[in-house]
Ligand binder design. Structure first.
Ligand SMILES: NC(=O)c1ccc[n+]([C@@H]2O[C@H](COP(=O)([O-])OP(=O)(O)OC[C@H]3O[C@@H](n4cnc5c(N)ncnc54)[C@H](O)[C@@H]3O)[C@@H](O)[C@H]2O)c1
Length: 353
């Protein structure tokens, strides 16, 4: 079975029974990607007219619904600017990014291009289109670095320790600065470690997806360090719901979108082993430098500002995710070949490094 044939388990409902984006014109940048795909479906379910702008450098492995217009363009191009000004969106959900911490060290120039330059170009296009609202996908773990306080609240001093984190921090600042000048109200959503169906398990990021694919291929999952390093794992359905609530709200500034719970990476991988019914054992490698030991985000502000809280239990989300991977590939020959990156980078890159 192929990805496109499987039902995607999602929380498509929001906190009210009313569609939150009825007749609203929403641009979703990076809408062809992992979080983008789920967010597009949630926006459609909430009555929005959706335009996706994505240059398809890293799409999720399933097509978007036919009613969604997809403009295949890099954000900093005239093609993207013209599409945005012609569509005149009421709001933009800005997800497009190069999302790898390790990649951002390997190629910091490409990271700036895909993250900072693209974001500034988007803000300028929104000014030209008269768009009053941008919701931006930021990253709590990457922004706060080695935070002393955990769960970490939004007003913690920012101390990014990767080019990726620095880019997110810079984009937030551009949004605040230019947003004020151009009449755009920006809201940064600082996600925890997002996991769920459609995540790429063949690359360098996403311990849940990478471990699931390994287990399905009959290979042992791998962890760098003792596995007791913690992350704030949040299910993609909950993220999509937060994105819709953020688009519908007038809140500005920055809000953590996570669970507030620090879970050891080892516990997550053990859950997946159990879900797979396998007897494989985790292979441990020496700890990698440059990663924070622990990460969890304070989520009180999300509740008060967006009336949002994560509702998917980790055990439930992991089971849903593993099952979706399992039903996507019928035979072992159909499993994507694990890459050397996947073998050597089992801890999600979006986690604070
Ligand atoms: N996945 C996580 O755990 C996590 C955690 C924190 C923050 N985020 C942020 O959430 C957003 C979405 O992440 P994701 O996991 O869905 O990533 P993804 O790579 O699956 O999706 C990103 C999409 O953006 C597109 N894209 C990238 N750069 C572009 C550009 N310059 N112009 C046009 N299209 C471009 C890609 O083709 C891809 O479809 C990103 O901004 C990421 O940094 C993700």
């Amino acid at each position: 079975m192929l990805w496109s044939q499987i039902p995607i388990a999602l929380h498509m409902t929001t906190h009210t029974t009313q569609p939150l984006l009825e007749s609203r014109r929403i641009v979703i940048t990076g809408g062809a990607g992992f979080i983008g795909h789920h967010s597009v479906l949630a926006a459609l379910a909430n009555g929005a007219e959706v335009l996706v702008i994505d240059d398809l450098r890293h799409p999720a492995p399933t097509a978007l619904p036919p009613e969604v217009e997809l403009v295949d363009a890099e954000l900093a191009t005239e093609h993207a600017r013209a599409a945005i000004t012609a569509f005149r969106p009421d709001a933009v959900l800005h997800l497009a990014a190069q999302g790898g911490v390790i990649r951002s060290f390997r190629d910091p120039v490409a990271d700036v291009e895909a993250n900072v330059r693209a974001t500034v170009a988007l803000i300028a296009a929104c000014r030209d289109a008269g768009t009053p609202r941008i919701v931006f996908a930021s990253s709590g773990g990457a922004l706060y670095g080695h935070a002393d306080v955990r769960p970490t609240p939004e007003d913690t001093p920012k101390a990014p320790i990767s080019p990726y984190g620095l880019a997110k921090h810079t984009c937030e600042q551009y949004l605040a600065l230019l947003g004020g000048r151009y009449g755009i109200t920006p809201l940064a959503l600082r996600y925890g470690n997002v996991y769920g169906p459609l995540q790429d398990g063949t690359g360098e990021a996403g311990v849940v997806a990478i471990s699931s694919l390994k287990l399905l291929a009959g290979a042992p999952p791998e962890i760098y360090g003792d596995g007791m390093q913690t992350r704030d794992f949040v299910f993609v359905g909950d993220i999509a719901e937060a994105n819709i609530l953020a688009l519908a709200s007038r809140a500005s500034g920055a809000v953590n979108i996570a669970t507030g719970i620090a879970t050891p990476v080892k516990a997550v991988v053990e859950h997946l082993i159990e879900a797979s019914g396998s007897e494989l054992e985790i292979v441990f490698h020496p700890e990698r430098g440059g990663e924070v030991r622990d990460s969890a985000l304070d989520v009180h502000l999300a509740k008060s500002v967006l009336n949002w809280a994560a509702s998917t239990l980790l055990s439930e989300g992991l089971r849903t995710t593993f099952t979706s991977f399992q039903s996507s590939y019928g035979t072992p020959q159909e499993y994507p070949a694990p890459t050397s990156g996947a073998q050597h980078a089992p801890v999600a890159e979006h986690a604070a490094p």
